[in-house]
Each structure stands twice: as structure tokens, then as C-alpha cells.
Design a protein around this ligand. Structure first.
Ligand SMILES: C[S@@+](CC[C@H](N)C(=O)[O-])C[C@H]1O[C@@H](n2cnc3c(N)ncnc32)[C@H](O)[C@@H]1O
Length: 212
């Protein structure tokens, strides 16, 4: 199952703790003001990330692909007050939206927004992380993994979104660049003896990785 149908998605939402008001407003704004609003993660995945942060209490979080800031806010809401989130976004037109909504959610003091290409920026970040969320360009997932993994502490988590890519990863007739890169990423993680991982059929597929 790569995508649940609308009825099921609604049922899942109705049986998941409600999202913060600011996230509802951000969702509305994202649908009104961006070209590809479906990139926003949504309430189930957002709550999942929030709860993972509640459980793992990360000191520092790395995010690849901020978009309008939905998942940055979810992770900030779930993490302790001292947590810092380095989030990287290549589209600088999103800066004002990210600042406005992280501020409205009361989490702006936790967010460090880095504008630019994650492949260039990650090597310049002189920190280690307890939690990383990969949600940038799907064609770059293998590269993100190579760059992010060394910066994640032992016992830390890496979560990667969209790893089923609408089911294309299991369809042999699909060989576009995104699908090929996601297959390569999933194989790379599966063959990595330094991690334990589980591929969850949540929304478009989430790879949950625990660094040993
Ligand atoms: C799927 S969206 C992220 C959604 C966001 N995590 C959320 O749930 O609201 C992917 C984002 O990654 C950004 N992106 C793509 N390639 C990137 C790169 N190389 N470095 C940084 N950001 C990138 C895109 O501009 C886009 O805003």
C-alpha cells in the first residue's frame, strides 16, 4: 500500500491527535500560495514526527527540504525546549512564509533556516544530530544519506519520506530518475550494516532508520 484512498486518509486523521491551529492555517496558506502544495507532509505524518521527537528527545535535528515549514514546526513542537533544528531549503522565496509560521507557532527560536542546496550546506554544518528528516529532491536521496549519516550520533534516528514514490519503486516498468534514486536509497539503507531500519507504508512510505 503506497497511498491510502481519501476515505481512509480522513479516517486516519479523525483517529490521530489533532494538529495545532497554526499548522491548519499553514496548510491553507500553502494550498493557496504555492505551485505544488501536495508536498506538505500533512497531519498524520506530522504527528508521527512530533511523537518520534517526544520519545527520542533530540538535542539537535537536521531537516533536508523545509518547504513552507510544516514538518519543522511539528518536530519543534515535539522536541524539548533546548532543541535546535537546522533546516535546509533551496527555494529562497519560501523564507518569509517559514519565518512567519514558525513564529506564529512559537517555535522560531528553535529553527535555524539555511537557504541553499543541502548537498553544499550539510558538509558546512559543524554539528552532530540525534534526529534527521530527509524530504528534499528524491533524486538526491542517496547523496543526502551519504552526507547525513556520518553526522548522526549513535542511537540517533534518520527518517526519509516518500520512499515508495506512489508504488513506483515496485513497478518494473517505472524507470524515471526519481524512482531509480529511491530504489537505490532503499537498497543502500537495507545493505548498511551500521543501521537498523523499517520501511513503513505510512502515506507515501517512510524509511525509519536507527543508527547503531
Ligand atoms: C517535499 S518538500 C518538503 C516538505 C516539508 N518537509 C513539509 O512537510 O512541509 C521538498 C522541499 O525540498 C526542497 N529541495 C529540493 N532540493 C533541495 C536541495 N538540494 N536542498 C534543499 N532543499 C531542496 C524543495 O524546494 C521543496 O521545498
Amino acid at each position: 500500500m503506497a497511498k491510502v484512498d481519501n476515505d481512509m486518509e480522513e479516517y486516519l486523521s479523525r483517529h490521530t491527535s489533532p494538529m495545532a491551529d497554526t499548522l491548519m492555517e499553514l496548510t491553507r496558506f500553502t494550498y493557496l500560495s504555492t505551485c505544488n502544495p501536495r508536498m506538505i507532509s500533512g497531519p498524520i505524518q506530522g504527528k508521527f514526527l512530533q511523537l518520534l521527537c517526544n520519545i527520542s528527545r533530540p538535542n539537535r535535528i537536521l531537516e533536508v527540504g523545509t518547504f513552507t515549514g510544516y514538518t519543522s514546526i511539528c518536530m519543534a513542537l515535539g522536541s524539548p525546549p533546548h532543541t535546535v533544528i537546522d533546516t535546509i531549503e533551496v527555494n529562497d522565496e519560501l523564507e518569509e512564509t517559514i519565518q512567519t509560521y514558525t513564529s506564529m507557532a512559537g517555535v522560531d527560536s528553535k529553527i535555524r533556516l539555511h537557504l541553499g542546496d543541502a548537498c553544499q550546506i550539510i558538509p558546512t554544518l559543524d554539528y552532530t544530530y540525534d534526529f534527521a528528516y530527509i524530504d528534499g529532491d528524491k533524486r538526491e536521496y542517496p547523496e543526502y544519506y551519504k552526507l547525513v549519516l556520518p553526522k548522526v550520533n549513535s542511537g540517533g534516528l534518520i527518517i526519509a519520506d516518500n520512499v515508495l514514490w506512489g508504488g513506483k519503486v515496485v513497478d518494473a516498468s517505472e524507470n524515471d530518475e526519481h524512482t531509480k534514486a529511491l530504489r537505490a536509497f532503499n537498497t543502500m539503507v537495507q545493505n548498511d550494516m551500521g543501521v537498523e531500519n523499517v520501511l513503513l507504508p505510512l502515506r507515501d512510505g517512510i524509511m525509519l532508520i536507527y543508527k547503531l
